[in-house]
Write a protein that binds this ligand. Structure first.
Ligand code: GAP
Length: 469
């Protein structure tokens, strides 16, 4: 993780927020490459979930909503984590995480939580810890000039409730029939007790959520359908099933209203952790909003003349966690033959200080071409030959009309390739003297480092096959 985090900072993927003021815990900024990576995740999700389906509509709801939304959803009453403090060093912990780290389990008796014997502060080793107490994770604020209780509002802790609150409006305007879905991508905020593991658990993050409304009784089949759809999507972005794990919640761990829940997890260097949860939530949310708002959330089925509150399947994913999984999955240190001589790259031996004779080390991000922040580096072989640079510029302009590309005319060509390898650019396009004669360029593959001579007319179709197959 340290090598990856250092690359991410050095190359402009991710920085600590407000670093010039010492940073702020749990908040992160995405630099030029990080925001391209996130944009690709969002775009591929939106395309797959909304654009390629007739029965899913999009929504962009406001972040601050009427506070009653969060009473109805149960967040005001119950969106809390158990917190403990160390009385000696003043460190603060999420009680269940602290227990888990020490192979213990938080205990519960008659609704009261307690720490098992032997759990200590991981900071100073003290046993002098407070009893766990509930800490609500919602950030609150005030709307308008008077900061009193009547002006209290919350930053949304999930995007889902915006969808439920707008359910009947979207039903009316879209004229969709059950089964149908409403999708939303946006920021969510949680005042996590202990933000940790880089961008994995932060206080401001982004969610991609779909609420797919179905006829009661069809929950199991639709739930299975969405688990399978989501796994296909992960495969498409470069996280194949072999790199993921699914966890099916046993019935006694489900919320009282839920029918099923499956988590999709990734093996991060700090453990196997959740990227997305896919829950069959019954009609809990819509029924609660009907109750709290006094407005019916019924659906009338014109074919069967039935009236019912639809049940919902909710695939809920985190953009930042998916970005982190993609970064971890792509990161690779290997040894390659020096000066582009013959030979295959081979994995670096973690025990060795330096590569063997004739080899040099390279760091390469093996992103799938679909998700890579930069699709091609374009390089005039030399920068002091105006004709050659002009030709390269034409190629660059053509490619960047379609994809995010990078122009680099400085340094030895091998070093230019290496700079792109490090940020995961799948293609290198080099314009050389031969290009001026026959309109061909060298196309270099990031992973194999193979270079092929390609006619300019063939260049975009060749790249397209891999970027948008
Ligand atoms: N509407 C359901 C919901 O919000 P969740 O499991 O609390 O469910 C869904 O959140 C996803 O949002 C998680 O799987 C994760 O990817 C992301 N997420 C949740 N809390 C996060 C945090 N503090 N930092 C980064 N991502 C988070």
């Amino acid at each position: 993780m340290e090598s990856l985090a250092s690359l991410c900072k050095r190359r402009g993927f991710i920085f600590q927020s407000s670093e010039i003021y010492g940073g702020i815990n749990g908040f992160w900024d995405y630099g030029p490459l990080g925001c391209e990576l996130k944009a690709n995740i969002r775009d591929l999700w939106w395309r797959n979930i909304v654009r390629e389906r007739d029965n899913v509509a999009g929504l962009d709801a406001s972040i601050i909503m009427h506070p009653r939304v969060w009473e109805a959803s149960g967040h005001v009453g119950g969106f809390a984590d158990p917190m403990v403090d160390c009385r000696d060093c003043r460190r603060r912990y999420k009680a269940d995480a602290l227990c888990e780290e020490q192979n213990a389990q938080l205990q519960e008796s008659e609704g009261r939580l307690s720490l098992p014997d032997g759990v200590v502060c991981t900071g100073c080793g003290s046993k002098n810890l407070t009893e766990p107490r509930a800490f609500n994770l919602m950030f609150s604020t005030h709307v308008g000039p008077v900061a009193d209780a009547s002006a209290m509002a919350y930053l949304r802790p999930e995007t889902a409730q915006g969808i439920f609150a707008d359910f009947s409006q979207i039903l009316t305007v879209s004229r969709m029939k059950v089964p149908f879905g409403i999708a939303q991508i946006g920021k969510a905020f949680r005042n996590e007790i202990n933000p940790r593991n880089y961008i994995f658990r932060s206080r401001e993050f982004e969610q991609m959520e779909l609420e797919f409304f179905i006829k009661p009784g069809e929950d199991t089949e639709w739930h299975e359908y969405w688990v399978s759809e989501r796994l296909k999507w992960y495969d498409m972005i470069g996280l194949p099933a072999a790199s993921l794990e699914t966890f099916t919640y046993p019935p006694d761990e489900l919320a009282h209203y839920a029918v099923a829940c499956v988590d999709i997890k990734y093996a991060f260097p700090f453990g196997v952790q959740e990227l997305e949860g896919i829950a069959a939530r019954g009609n809990y949310d819509l029924s609660r909003h009907a109750e709290y708002s006094g407005k019916s959330q019924d659906y009338f089925d014109p074919e069967t003349n039935e009236r019912f509150v639809p049940h919902v399947i909710e695939p809920s994913a985190g953009v930042d966690r998916i970005a982190l999984a993609l970064l971890c999955n792509a990161y690779c240190e290997e040894w390659i033959p020096k000066n582009n001589t013959d030979g295959e790259p081979r994995p670096a031996d973690p025990g060795a200080k330096r590569p063997p004779e004739g080899y040099e080390a390279r760091t390469v991000m093996r992103f799938s071409p679909r998700i890579a922040p930069v699709k091609a580096g374009v390089f005039p072989l030399v920068k002091n030959k105006p004709e050659l640079v002009a030709k390269a510029r034409i190629v660059y302009e053509q490619l960047r009309r379609r994809w995010n590309c990078f122009w680099d005319q400085t340094g030895a060509i091998g070093r230019r390739y290496r700079r792109q390898d490090e940020i995961g650019t799948p293609f290198g396009v080099t314009i050389d003297f031969q290009t001026l004669d026959d309109d061909t360029v060298t196309l270099r593959d990031r992973d194999t480092m193979q270079q092929t001579r390609v006619a300019l007319d063939e260049l975009m179709p060749r790249m397209e096959q891999q970027i948008e197959p």
